[in-house]
Design a protein around this ligand. Structure first.
Ligand code: ADP
Length: 574
């Protein structure tokens, strides 16, 4: 069924030329729907998305802080401890130098005692040596034989003499044990400049890195300013080799920064420059540790947002569609009601006019008829009436025309008459057979097949027999007129919706054009030029309405027409 058919059928179901939905109206409903969807979506989704974005960033900031703060704190504590460790040992050496003369310290036994005392108070010293102003080590206590060695040309000796103190990088000594050197230059108790040099085990340094309390995927280590690893590292290179990570620029405070590696993955880098030493304490935390919490939360937030948006959109679409459909239905009903009122009042005025005209015409018609009868009698009685035959023929044609006029006026009067309904129980099948009894002769004569299709258990209805006879007589009459000789008319009697029965009269006649279909229920609309009155269907329409039913028509030019009369049946009969 095409859209055109649908409109036409729906349209005729309402009333003849009832208003359909114009393109403009369809557009305005669509516009209303769009406005409703867009506005509701904006008002409901806008704040939701806004709040979720704000939450997103707040959570991100809070979680980043939560992740960074403990690392910063731990790093600062370890920086302080390591600085204290170095400062403590430098101070110990400085105290020794200040409180003794170079002669005392150049004495091997004396230095041995000093070494024992210092090591008792501050752990980690491996050896101790005193170097005089000219760079010669005059006394040495430790595992090597370094007494008398000259450091005149050594870089560290120059640095300590100019800067006053020195802390070396970690290196492997002769015993293949990592350690580093600390040295101080000072005037001794007698005012002579001397340098006290000690070696400290590097294992103590490593403890400061290890104590950063790490997860397996993280790493903590110490490098020097050139990036050489001063302690072992889990995943950033070999001990005493260049670390696989750049050393960030100097900052006096501990720092935690977000970095991106070569694979584009984020990681957190914490570092702290250790004062008075070449050391930089570094900690690397991988996103798996840091972001697992955040990723889970972000997934929850996104899931919540997406499911809320989908749910809200479904509700908006559903409610907007329902609202616009309701509005459309209400508008349609209103238009139908208005149209019905208009149509009924039109029919009432036509009825009144027709009744007046019929009444006025009836009397002159009766006179013409009477006079024509008199004229016939006169002609018959006069023996020698000139041209008797022609006159009698003329009079007969007058009488025929009068008869036709009186049929029309009677129908007109019937159209306008107020009906008093006399209800009785009627079986539709029987009623249709009675009607066919009037038309049986024509069907036989023109070889028209009439077939009944009656559904089982169709209840009888309470209605006016005479009026219903007229309804079906008009429709079947039209069907006979539409089919050619040898045509076919099918009559269906079946249950319709709740408490209704329907009679369908289907013919395979010439059908009705779309244009004519709009007018067939109007009084005086006929395509049967000489013998049609155009009143049959309008009267039929009025009767069906009065009986509480409705009439619908479906027709296709060249194929046939189906009239459906639906009538109410009291619920007790079902
Ligand atoms: P009339 O039969 O006097 O013309 P009606 O009101 O009964 O008046 O019918 C109006 C018009 O509707 C008919 O002239 C005809 O064109 C059309 N019509 C009605 N029924 C049929 C039908 N079954 N098949 C084709 N045309 C029909």
């Amino acid at each position: 069924m095409s859209l055109g058919d649908f409109k036409l059928r729906g349209f005729l179901t309402l009333k003849p030329d009832a208003p359909g939905e114009s393109t403009e109206a369809a557009l305005s409903y669509r516009r209303l729907w769009t406005y409703s969807v867009v506005l509701t979506a904006l008002v409901s989704l806008g704040p939701l998305i806004f709040m979720t974005v704000i939450n997103f960033f707040q959570y991100q900031r809070a979680l980043t802080a939560e992740m960074e703060n403990p690392t910063t704190l731990l790093l600062s504590n370890n920086k302080r401890s390591l600085e204290f460790f170095i400062a403590e040992r430098l101070s110990a050496l400085r105290l020794v130098v200040r409180t003794r003369t170079s002669e005392q310290l150049c004495d091997q036994d004396n230095l041995q005692r000093v070494f024992r005392n210092v090591n008792d108070s501050f752990s980690g010293f491996v050896d101790l040596g005193l170097i005089t102003q000219d760079g010669i080590q005059c006394a040495y206590v430790g595992p090597y034989e370094l007494r008398g060695r000259s450091y005149q040309q050594a870089d560290w000796f120059h640095e300590v003499t100019t800067r006053g103190e020195y802390v070396s990088d970690v290196f492997m000594g002769y015993r293949d044990v990592p350690h580093f050197v600390i040295a101080v230059r000072h005037e001794d108790a007698s005012g002579k400049p001397i340098v006290l040099r000690a070696t400290v085990g590097a294992d103590l340094l490593a403890q400061y890195a290890i104590s950063l309390d790490l997860k397996p995927t993280s790493d903590a280590f110490i490098v020097n300013a050139r990036g050489i690893l001063q302690t072992p590292s889990r995943s950033h290179g070999e001990f005493l080799k260049k670390a696989a990570i750049a050393v960030p620029p100097y900052r006096s405070e501990s720092q935690v920064v977000d970095q991106v590696d070569a694979d584009g993955r984020h990681y957190m880098l914490g570092y702290a420059y250790i004062d008075r030493s070449p050391f930089v304490l570094m900690v690397v935390k991988r996103p798996e540790d840091l972001l697992s919490k955040w990723l889970a939360l972000r997934g929850d937030l996104l899931g919540f947002l997406v499911s809320s948006v989908v749910l809200i959109l479904i509700v908006i679409l559903w409610s907007s569609t329902a609202m616009v459909n309701r509005l459309k239905e209400a508008d349609k009903k209103r238009a139908q009601i208005l149209h019905n009122i208009e149509y009924t009042s039109k029919m009432a005025s036509i009825g009144r006019l027709a009744a007046g005209v019929a009444h006025e015409i009836n009397n002159p018609l009766a006179i013409i008829n009477e006079k024509a009868g008199l004229l016939t009698d006169l002609v018959d009685l006069s023996e020698e009436f000139p041209r008797r035959k022609e006159v009698l023929e003329i009079v007969r044609s007058i009488e025929k025309s009068v008869e036709r006029c009186s049929t029309i006026t009677h129908r007109l009067l019937g159209f306008a008459k107020r009906m008093d309904l006399r209800t009785e129980s009627i079986r539709l099948e029987d009623l249709l057979k009675e009607v066919l009894g009037f038309l049986g002769k024509e069907a036989n004569y023109r070889n028209i097949t009439v077939e009944f299709h009656v559904q089982d258990n169709v209840p009888a209805l309470d209605s006016d027999r005479g009026q219903l006879q007229q309804v079906f007589l008009n429709i079947i009459n039209n069907a006979f007129a539409a089919v050619s000789d040898g045509g076919r008319v099918d009559l269906f009697v079946e249950r319709a919706g709740d408490n209704e029965v329907a009679v369908k009269i289907q013919d395979n006649g010439h059908g009705i054009s779309k244009e004519n279909l709009k007018h067939i229920f109007e009084p005086f609309f006929t395509t049967k030029k000489e013998y049609g009155t155009g009143l049959g269907l309008s009267i039929t329409y009025g009767i069906v309405e009065k009986l509480g039913g409705r009439i619908e028509v479906d027709s296709e030019l060249g194929t046939g027409t189906t009239f459906t009369v639906t009538l109410p049946v009291p619920s007790t009969k079902f």
